[in-house]
Ligand binder design. Structure first.
Ligand SMILES: [Zn+2]
Length: 310
């Protein structure tokens, strides 16, 4: 005990001058913070395909119930949020185009609010705009078609690409004056091919009608080597509010009842099949699974399952 006490005393004594020599270290407390963040891309294998999600942009916004639960009571909205460890008065939105490399073609699903964010993420992921062979537009809201044209507003961003979208969606937007469509889509009309339910985009990529969020909104099944994935676009726009409560009305859903019915149908199938999906507005990297739970679905973000694909 005596020896220990002496050692402790010696150690305590030794720290005094050490502490003094570290005083200049106080300046280190003024190091600039870097800001929170993460790499804007995530890639995994699906059979012989490579799938890359791109974070084209992200932003926080307030009053989320006015977007994601217009027919819910404030009490229910607050309770579900708290149960899932998210605030009820703020949300963080994500905009996540997906690239599928089939080995023979590079297929980009949606283009972001503008070309800039998607191109930055594409570059970080080791690809360039001129490598894109096919651009698929899931539906024609601004955050999906906004990157079709470059910064000058008139030059196509993906110069070597052909374009695919749903016939119903294109017919809807082309029939009426619409600034976003007129600027981004109409100039490319000659390069578009149009598909209906079960239409093929490329080897292993099939469109499926999922109307509701917009009049001709479509989702896409990707299949290679016996592995499957769904690109669900905007079928559900929030991982808690829209998946756990598919009947909660979303401001951006054009046909609220059809959108709710399609949410239950699409995610019911994904849950039954136990396959992964990519949601355009899910928390980045936007890849997860769902399990049927109560009146809706529990979202299970992908952890390492897809890394095991090689
Ligand atoms: Zn969207």
């Amino acid at each position: 005990m005596t020896t220990l006490s002496r050692r402790q005393a010696l150690f305590a004594g030794a720290t005094m001058p050490l502490a003094a020599t570290f005083l200049p270290g106080i300046a280190r407390a003024q190091e600039a913070m870097q800001g929170s963040g993460f790499a804007p891309w995530n890639r995994f294998k699906l059979g012989s395909f490579e799938v890359t999600t791109l974070l084209a942009g992200t932003r926080a916004s307030d009053k989320p119930q006015e977007t994601f639960g217009t027919n819910a009571s404030p009490e229910d909205f607050a309770a579900l949020s708290a149960a899932n460890f998210i605030p009820a008065d703020m949300t963080q939105n994500f905009f996540t185009p997906t690239v599928v490399n089939t080995g023979s073609e590079i297929v980009l699903f949606d283009t972001g609010l503008s070309a800039e964010g998607t191109l930055a993420a594409l570059t970080a992921a080791g690809m360039t705009a001129d490598m894109v062979d096919v651009v698929v537009i899931t539906h024609m809201h601004g955050d999906h078609i906004g990157g079709l044209m470059g910064a000058d507003g008139t030059t196509p961003t993906y110069l070597n690409a052909r374009y695919v979208t749903g016939a119903v969606e294109h017919n809807h937007w082309s029939g009426a004056a619409n600034e976003g469509f007129d600027k981004n889509v109409r100039p490319l009309n000659d390069k578009f091919t149009f598909i209906d339910d079960a239409g093929s985009v490329a080897t292993g990529i099939t469109g499926m009608a999922a109307f509701g969020h917009s009049p001709g909104h479509m989702v896409y099944q990707v299949e290679s080597g016996g592995q499957r994935l769904m690109i669900t676009a905007d079928t559900a726009n929030h991982f808690v509010w829209s998946l756990q409560r598919p009947d909660w009305e979303v401001r951006f859903d054009a046909d609220k009842a059809a959108a709710a019915a399609v949410r239950k149908q699409v995610f019911g199938q994904i849950a039954a099949d136990r396959i992964p999906f990519i949601g355009y507005h899910m928390p980045f990297p936007g890849v997860g699974f769902v399990e049927a739970a109560g009146e809706g679905f529990r979202y299970v973000p992908a952890s390492y399952q897809l890394m095991l694909n090689g």
